[in-house]
Design a protein around this ligand. Structure first.
Ligand SMILES: Nc1nc2c(ncn2[C@@H]2O[C@H](COP(=O)(O)OP(=O)(O)OP(=O)(O)O)[C@@H](O)[C@H]2O)c(=O)[nH]1
Ligand SMILES: [Mg+2]
Length: 347
């Protein structure tokens, strides 16, 4: 048999006397050099795949994840990382930004910085890095959703708001204050940004031990949230958030009911009715703006992972301290291929 790239065979895998049942497979030879690269296409099903992998492993084939394979075989490490991130994107908007990076938006931006540093133009390099830094917070959320905690006193309509934003009855709603005890999370998309919405127990003093546990969980959720919505009840006394609560935006709920206070006092807040849906679309627009105040234009370079963001931040600090060589080293490191599957090893 001539083993040549671009050829394929249909055959049976594992067919030997007394062996296990064979599977009909297609074998393709993708390349001979620098490493032999074949593809084996089998029938689907967890067990068939497991059996084929075990059989290959028993014959000293190194089994790896597809991400490891991408990193180890791609000539362009940043493109491989973008492909891996792209597979984790959960909305069209984040996928489209990652696709731009896959097509080289971020690598081109890094190449420009490297070119500036090579010419000794450290200030220009810092300016270019500043442009990239703008999108560091966004880049951190392309594969991890933003966390938005819905907070407030009992009975203001937190769970009702979560349900209105989610589009179904995710949380239990009752007229009894103290209904929600645990932290209830839901993944949704707001303006095509991925958001984990966190419903929490109402905060109040003098709660019993059980309710207090829910309150402690609510406070812990607020600390790790990217943003907290604090609900005020239009039909009851307005209870302000504690100053200790981080990144808070106010939302006045129950605007379908007669107001019990002057709602102009909360002119900056979003005004909604979780019951009728009034103001919910506007709240989504505001949320989108609070999460991503300055969305990138199509094709813009975005540091699309925590690791890349950290490198850009470090390189920027080096430029600010006039340490061009150190900045260059960091930026070159971003593009260097990791020797996960070095030439000579057979994946
Ligand atoms: N009229 C009106 N009633 C609402 C609105 N939102 C919630 N409610 C009612 O207010 C009551 C409390 O709603 P929930 O959503 O359970 O309030 P919560 O803040 O989650 O309450 P806890 O979980 O107990 O902290 C229920 O009877 C809801 O039907 C609204 O926009 N308008
Ligand atoms: Mg609730």
């Amino acid at each position: 048999v001539v083993i040549d790239s671009g050829r394929f065979w249909l055959g049976r895998f594992g067919e030997n006397p007394g062996g296990p049942t064979a599977d009909e497979v297609v074998l393709t030879v993708k390349a001979i050099v620098p490493v032999p690269w074949i593809e084996l296409h089998c029938h689907g099903g967890v067990e068939v795949v497991r059996w084929i992998l075990e059989t290959l492993a028993a014959r000293h084939v190194h089994i790896c994840s597809w991400q490891e394979f991408e990193r180890g075989t791609s000539d362009d490490l940043l493109q491989a990382e973008a492909a891996i991130a792209l597979a984790q994107a959960t909305t069209v908007r984040t996928a489209s930004i990652l696709l731009d990076q896959y097509h080289g938006a971020f690598s081109r931006a890094v190449a420009l910085v490297v070119a500036a540093l090579n010419l000794g133009e450290v200030r220009e390099a810092a300016r270019l890095l500043e442009e990239l830094l703008l999108y560091v917070p966004l880049g951190r959320h392309l594969t991890t959703p933003w966390r938005v905690a819905v907070m407030g006193p009992p009975n203001v309509g937190k769970s009702s708001l979560v349900n209105a934003l989610t589009g179904y009855q995710r949380s239990i709603v009752t007229p009894t204050p103290g209904t929600t005890r645990d932290v209830v999370t839901t993944l949704i998309a707001i303006d095509s940004w991925p958001v984990e919405l966190i419903d929490t127990a109402g905060l109040r003093e003098g709660a019993d031990a059980l309710e207090q546990q829910g309150i402690d969980r609510a406070r812990a959720a607020a600390q790790v949230a990217d943003l907290c919505l604090w609900l005020l009840d239009a039909s009851g006394p307005p209870i302000k958030p504690s100053p200790a609560l981080p990144r808070v935006h106010l939302v006045v709920n129950k605007i379908d009911l007669p107001g019990a206070w002057d709602l102009n006092e909360a002119a900056d807040a979003a005004h909604v009715s979780a019951r009728t849906g009034e103001g919910i679309a506007e709240l989504c627009q505001l949320l989108s703006h609070w999460l991503v105040p300055d969305p990138p234009c199509p094709g813009a370079a975005v540091p699309f992972s925590f690791a890349l963001a950290a490198c850009i931040e470090k390189a920027y600090k080096c430029c600010c301290r006039d340490r061009a060589e150190q900045a260059l080293e960091i930026l070159r490191g971003i593009c260097q291929r990791k020797p996960a599957l070095a030439e000579g090893s057979v994946p």
